[in-house]
Design a protein around this ligand. Sequence first.
Ligand code: ADP
Length: 625
Amino acid sequence: MAKKQFKAESKKLMDMMINSIYTHKDIFLRELISNASDALDKRYYHAFSKGESGTARDDYRINLFIDKENRTLTVSDNGCGMTAQELENNLGTIAKSGSLDFKSGLEKASEVEIIGQFGVGFYSAFMVSDKVSVLSKAQGSDEAYLWESEGVDGYTVKKSEKDEAGTVITLHIKENTENEDYDKYLDQYTLQNIVSKYSDYIRYPIMLDMEKTELKEGSEDEYETVTEATQLNSMVPLWRKNKSEITAEEYNEFYKSKFYDFEDPLKTVHSKTEGQVSYDALLFIPKHPPFDYYTKEFKKGLRLYTNGVVIMDKCEELLPDHFSFVKGLVDSADLTLNISRETLQHDHLLKIIAKNLEKKIKSELEKMLKSDRENYEKFFEAFGLQLKYGLYANYGADKDTLKDLILFTSSLEKKPVTLKEYVSRMPESQKTIYYACGETNDKIDLLPQTDAVKEKGFEVLYCTDDVDEFALKMLYEYEGKNFTNICAGNLDLDSDSEKEEIKKENEENKELLTFLKDSIGNAVSGVRFTNKLKNHPVCLTSEGMMSLEMEKVLASMPGANGAKATVVLEINKNHKIASTLKELYESDKDKAGKYAKILYSQSCLIAGKALDNPAEYCELVCEIM
Ligand code: ADP
């Protein structure tokens, strides 16, 4: 019979599975068992909804069978089974499998990432087998079919025989190699361990005929080997167990297998709540954002169960956007099984659970911030951006929830600090919270204004994400202190006498300053002398609501309307360039005008703003070189 070809992506994935160096090969069994469990669910629901009798849940099971001689391991279920067409569709193409976009992932992701993030399901069988056969009979059908494949070069499907509906998957286990022990997958204790590690909570019995040595009946010293059908799983969902009975490893394995991650979670929160509504929640904060986290493809949500039965895979109503990174599940006996997407939104109990969970997550994060700073900073690196978006979103409706959870790098130790920490160490004389915006911390550090504020003994918060300044503007104040962008006008760092002095200087040179402004043109609204700069000759200062950084962010957005910040060129009164300008204004006006243009361009470069006319700038500089 002619072999059929796998679809391209399936082929790639299959190839990867066959040559896998993945260290957690054991997971193939988890994947097959989980598929079997889904198939049993489907059959159960089908029978249930049609009111068929004689299909008690107790009849459903998953059987493992070892044949050492033929090197086969069989996983069978009496679930819904598959028709010939379904065998083709489901096992011939990976696009059917998993729910994620393999094509894009496959190019970049490493093997570990693929196996971890995507949960490659059925294909993982090829990590341990050189041939896989799937004999299946669909529920309600009279025909059975056999799907077989030895790997990448294709598969066959032919008609076959099978008594009961369901699926029997036979793995021809690979021979041992120098580095890999495959024999263990034919060992009953290994299988027992794998099942108890990964599939303990599966709600159907997973049975294996195990050989045991027992005292012969009636004898005191003679032993015999007996075979006994043994149930390998406890069937108790992890979250229903007592916290004290669960090890960290169990939580981690559960997380990785259920929520497609290849790393342990950063934090696990297991809570049992009784009251107005009773529920168990098992929540995880991942170490890293999933690859699509900051895209619109990402879907937040918790898995929702009632009495251990899944109602919904991602119930988004349970998580606010600012905590959308949380993964996990909620199980409540108070919810009804036939709750639908539409009724969910209005479900009163669900709203209470969601509110409680938000509080719980917040308090867990606060706890981490207080007593486990190192991990909190890791968390913030991964998901801080989301918290800052949350601060800004909905006109700041959630700012009280979030304001104490955000961190900014500070000029003081170049370490992340909270607003609380910042305010608590503000000197008496400091009236406002200073911040500066830029691409990187290093670039902000080099701004002339940063120097000036640090010189006064004040700390500056460094804003390097686009959303930062918008979030601070939304927050408006913290503990009664306003926020001041050090690159915006009127920093007010000077003493009264200094203010007087600079006012005089600007008045006396009014004519010169007007001339300089006119030479530069409409790009600036004015030019003035300043004494806030230490060593730098010039800086660009914005005035009004919009800062230079906001101008940049807005310009990069789709549908940008070219909104511009109003800027002033400030010249360091104590810098040599100030006196040079004054002299030139008297002796060579033309040159003074060119200098003004050069200085304006320099201030743009320092502020990280693109030059309006780079060619002219280069020409002017060459001219004086
Ligand atoms: P996933 O389970 O993520 O969808 P798999 O590659 O593991 O991906 O499986 C592909 C599909 O094959 C499943 O969605 C299911 O429809 C079908 N399937 C796999 N195993 C079984 C089984 N034991 N019984 C019935 N259908 C199955």
